[in-house]
Design a binder for this molecule. Structure first.
Ligand SMILES: [Fe+2]
Length: 250
């Protein structure tokens, strides 16, 4: 990691003013958790649920990012690092490459429980961070950031963006013969989760080629998602994507 790479994220780093959250905001967090948790206890990947416990997430309080990172860092070296908002791609990739997950500190209001145009702390922490406690997922995500940070090729970034989308954001895994969710966009959205679990979305076996050939559509519910059978699969896929990118053949 060069000094200039690290500094790309610098202007976006901020603090979480934990004491500034109101009782109403903590109540909104609790409501968000209450809406999805019964479904997740049945349908979330084992690794997500284990991570939820091991990073010390609470159902009724907005997470204190310092405390979350204190629990997470000894497990995998990842941290949940407060940022001021949406990050440009180079800053985002460089934070991932150094195992810092850019985390927004604002929370949606009660009027928009289901949808926010940009990620909030519920999406970022509840949706993403529990998976960062899993060692293989943790390495996969660091590698993703490192490989993306090393290129400016728009087509390579477009393809790698699909890999991110169909794993980190909307990934599924087959466990005990059933489809489970681990992607943050599914974990943190009741509607997206119901769409998949209700059978309204085709589920195809994950392969790197299939994912790289499937464009991302952000403005509609998914019609096709991909299921892995183990997190080693996405780690291996990332290594293969890196080999191909290096040879200019992604
Ligand atoms: Fe996300």
């Amino acid at each position: 990691m060069s000094t200039s790479a690290v500094s790309a994220a610098e202007p976006y780093l901020t603090q979480q003013d934990y004491s500034a959250y109101s009782d109403e905001q903590h109540a909104v967090w609790a409501e968000l958790v209450r809406r999805v948790m019964p479904q997740l206890e049945q349908h979330a990947a084992r690794e997500y649920l284990d991570g939820f416990t091991s990073i010390g997430l609470q159902a009724d309080r907005i997470p204190d990012l310092t405390l979350i990172s204190d629990r997470l860092r000894p497990l995998t070296g990842w941290r949940s690092t407060p940022v001021s908002g949406f990050l440009p791609a180079p800053a985002f990739f460089e934070m991932l490459a150094t195992r810092r997950f850019p985390t927004t500190t604002w929370l949606r209001s009660r009027e928009s429980l289901e949808y926010t145009p940009e990620p909030d702390i519920f999406h970022d922490v509840f949706g993403h961070v529990p998976m960062h406690a899993h060692p293989v997922f943790a390495r996969f995500l660091e590698d993703y950031g490192r490989v993306c940070a090393a290129t400016t090729d728009a087509m390579v970034l477009e393809k790698l963006g699909r890999l991110f989308w169909y794993t980190v954001e909307f990934g599924l895994i087959r466990q005990m013969g059933r489809i489970k969710v681990y992607g943050s966009g599914l974990i943190s959205s009741h509607g997206e989760c119901c769409n998949v679990l209700g059978g309204h979305c085709a589920v195809q076996e994950f392969t790197l080629d299939a994912v790289l050939e499937t464009p991302v559509k952000v403005d509609e519910m998914h019609h096709l998602l991909f299921a892995i059978t183990s997190f080693d699969q996405i780690y291996d896929a990332m290594r293969e994507a890196e080999r191909r990118a290096t040879k200019g053949r992604l």
